[in-house]
Design a protein around this ligand. Structure first.
Ligand SMILES: [Ca+2]
Ligand SMILES: [Ca+2]
Length: 355
């Protein structure tokens, strides 16, 4: 009898283990396939916490060279901060602005080096897998549609070179944007050109016109927020293969950590027979307030939901210049932000109550 029970128990355990294995494998695959990671962002809270502060790059020679002469400020008038931009002369109309993210990472903090930005061959290798996302609001009394082109402002171009798009390529080209409303955009990035200049400072150049080929003289005012570049978990193997094929990939400064300057020990984990470059690229996601991978309520993006998040939420509710993860603040899960109901929901989560 004892033996029978023991055999039955073993079979039951085996079945349970098997089904739970299958179950967790399924779940893991489903979650992983759709997961998107931020590898670069333009976040006004990293540029200045003062409403209306200047967001123009302060490298005047580049400014003059590339001639996007509009104005750029950070804008905290809504609960997701934005860049408020007004076009000036730039062929059609243009403006450049700082992103707050450079090749050294966010605010020069070595959370994750974004040195891939400083290597055009690295950027070109991952180009097929990179998406750009942002929200845009174009003001126009006549309600016309707008056309935006966006690119990276390359570092170190010689003076009087006019066209950043020609020099670097196009990150996005989006026509038919309806005016006077927030419009969300996600697209694969455009093509990165061959060339030597790199994008180490993270500056962005946009040209905007009322419609393609428009020659209207008046300047245009618009806002951009949630601007980020992302890659997907489903492309991990393809990205690793593409980067493994680059000459000298393991010694790229500020990307691999083999640089013997002030970079401390930033190295890629291994994956199979090679290095997991994808993990290096996506390490930035943890520090991005636009990440969608933080747990609900983890407003300060430190990996757990606790009293510190409640403190952060209260500060943010009173002052939108306080940085928070924007997806994690939706504590009641209704896809909307409300300082009252989401704050109440976070308190319930912390008390362990069912919502
Ligand atoms: Ca937290
Ligand atoms: Ca909500």
């Amino acid at each position: 009898m004892k033996k029978l029970i023991s055999v039955l128990l073993s079979i039951t355990l085996a079945v349970l283990c098997f089904s739970s294995l299958v179950l967790s494998a399924d779940t893991a695959e489903t979650v992983q396939d759709g997961r998107s990671y931020v590898i670069w962002d333009a976040d006004p809270t990293k540029v200045s916490t003062e409403d209306g502060a200047n967001a123009k790059p302060n490298v005047e020679s580049w400014e003059e060279a590339l001639r996007p002469s509009g104005t750029a400020v950070v804008d905290y008038s809504e609960n997701v901060p934005s860049f408020k931009l007004t076009t000036g002369f730039y062929y059609n109309k243009g403006v450049s602005f700082r992103s707050g993210t450079t090749m050294y990472g966010q605010n020069n903090t070595p959370i994750a080096f974004t040195g891939w930005m400083n290597h055009r061959d690295v950027f070109k290798a991952i180009e097929p897998y990179v998406s750009i996302s942002y929200d845009i609001y174009v003001e126009d009394e006549q309600n016309r549609n707008a056309h935006i082109k966006m690119t990276a402002m390359p570092n170190g171009v010689e003076a009087y070179v006019k066209d950043a798009f020609q020099r670097f390529g196009t990150l996005d080209d989006f026509d038919g944007i309806p005016a006077n409303q927030w419009v969300s955009r996600t697209a694969k990035i455009g093509s990165i050109n061959d060339g030597n200049e790199n994008w180490s400072e993270g500056f962005i150049v946009v040209s905007l016109e009322w419609f393609s080929g428009c020659d209207e003289a008046a300047d245009m005012t618009f806002k951009i927020r949630n601007l980020r570049l992302t890659v997907n978990e489903s492309d991990r193997d393809a990205i690793n293969a593409a980067l493994a094929g680059i000459d000298g990939i393991d010694t790229k400064n500020w990307f691999t950590g083999t640089y013997d300057g002030s970079v401390t020990d930033w190295r890629f984990p291994t994956a199979g027979d090679g290095l997991d470059y994808f993990a290096g690229l996506t390490a930035f996601d943890e520090s991005s307030f636009y990440s969608v991978n933080r747990e609900t309520g983890d407003l300060n993006s430190d990996g757990s939901t606790d009293i510190l998040d409640l403190v952060r939420f209260k500060k943010y509710a009173a002052d939108s210049t306080v940085g928070v993860n924007y997806a994690a603040r939706d504590c009641d899960g209704n896809n909307l932000y409300s300082s009252a109901s989401d704050l109440a929901a976070l308190k319930k989560i912390l008390l362990g109550c069912t919502l």
